[in-house]
Write a protein that binds this ligand. Structure first.
Ligand code: TRP
Length: 326
């Protein structure tokens, strides 16, 4: 079985976009691959080093969401990055062979530097982010890394570091990983923009059912439908974008027809969506409650995952130390 590895940063609470864009795919992959999934808590320090309490809180939320979304400790290995010190050791060694120019050219580095103004990210660690990510991946010799398109430049750096390492030390010890692109339509937030924690337009997986219902009820629709009798254009309504993801074709054509003819009101249309989103979230809420009531179970799962991951990470490091003459 090929090995798959992916991680998420604990830099915010998980939302519906993360669920359908990433987590549901991870759940599918655990059936076909040997999967390793982890919380990249050191990575979160790059933007949140001044607020480690938040990282801790988000880490707990992430682990709960891994489990509630259906990641199964019998089928995949889950762990927290900072529990496996070999990632840091590998990062130091890889950093020595990584040319500065490669890192400065990473598009996400330049973009984020321009984009984030409210936080100080002018750090050595932030520049080295892709090197740490490379260590995360190659320490498990993962072949496939399920990520969104934004992570492709990081994977490209990993592949370059891999080739450079193997070339310099005349070995084939490190495995070149491939991105496993998760194609999914962007999930819109309640204001019609892309769902993102920086826009404050998210449906969070830890929102209560009441909050989710409220957010959807007040979600933006086609601005042309001011009154119930005004016809609308579903393609101009963010609500319809969510119907495209969560509703059946039949429901979709019904609400589209009702919208265009003013046969139904926006609330009727939203009721269908609320029903369908609840159907997705209800099993999650149930499991979340179960795991919250049994924190010992969550700790056991993480410990078991850490043990399994450690064995592989240490194995690779023994090989790497030997190759680099330590
Ligand atoms: N950079 C990834 C993100 O922000 C998180 C991450 C860290 C990761 N290490 C990884 C993803 C290794 C895949 C593999 O989403």
């Amino acid at each position: 079985m090929d090995r798959v590895l992916s991680g998420m940063q604990p830099s915010g609470f998980l939302h519906l976009g993360n669920l359908v864009g990433a987590l549901q795919n991870w759940v599918k992959l655990q059936e076909k691959y040997e999967c390793f999934y982890f919380v990249a808590d050191w990575h979160a320090l790059t933007t949140n080093f001044a607020d480690p309490d938040r990282i801790k809180e988000y880490t707990e939320d992430l682990v709960l969401n891994f489990l509630s979304a259906g990641l199964d400790p019998e089928k995949c290995t889950m762990f927290v990055q900072s529990r496996i010190l070999q990632h840091a050791e590998f990062h130091v060694l890889l950093s020595m062979i990584t040319p500065l120019g490669w890192l400065e050219r990473v598009p996400t580095y330049k973009e984020k530097k321009d984009e984030i103004n409210d936080k100080d990210i002018d750090s050595y660690g932030f520049l080295g982010y892709p090197v740490l990510q490379s260590a995360d991946i190659m320490i498990y010799k993962a072949k496939h890394v399920p990520v969104g398109i934004d992570q492709v430049p990081h994977l490209e750096i990993t592949r370059e570091i891999c080739r450079r390492f193997n070339h310099i030390y005349k070995t084939d010890a490190l495995v070149e990983p491939q991105p496993l692109l998760t194609r999914f339509p962007k999930v819109v937030g309640v204001d019609g923009r892309k769902m993102s924690k920086s826009y404050d337009n998210c449906i969070y997986l830890n929102d209560s059912p009441e909050t989710v219902e409220q957010k959807l009820k007040t979600m933006m629709t086609d601005p042309a439908r001011k009154r119930r009798t005004d016809p609308g254009d579903p393609e101009l309504s963010p609500v319809f974008e969510l119907h495209k993801i969560f509703s059946t074709e039949e429901e979709r054509s019904e609400v589209a027809e009702g919208c265009k003819t003013a046969g139904i009101g926006c609330i009727d249309c939203k009721k269908v969506l609320i029903k369908n989103i609840f159907a997705v979230l209800e099993p999650l809420w149930e499991k979340r409650e179960h795991f919250m009531a049994n924190p010992g179970v969550v700790q056991d799962i993480l410990e078991q995952g850490t043990r399994k991951a450690s064995v592989i990470a240490e194995d690779t490091m023994q090989q790497v130390r030997e190759i680099m003459k330590f």
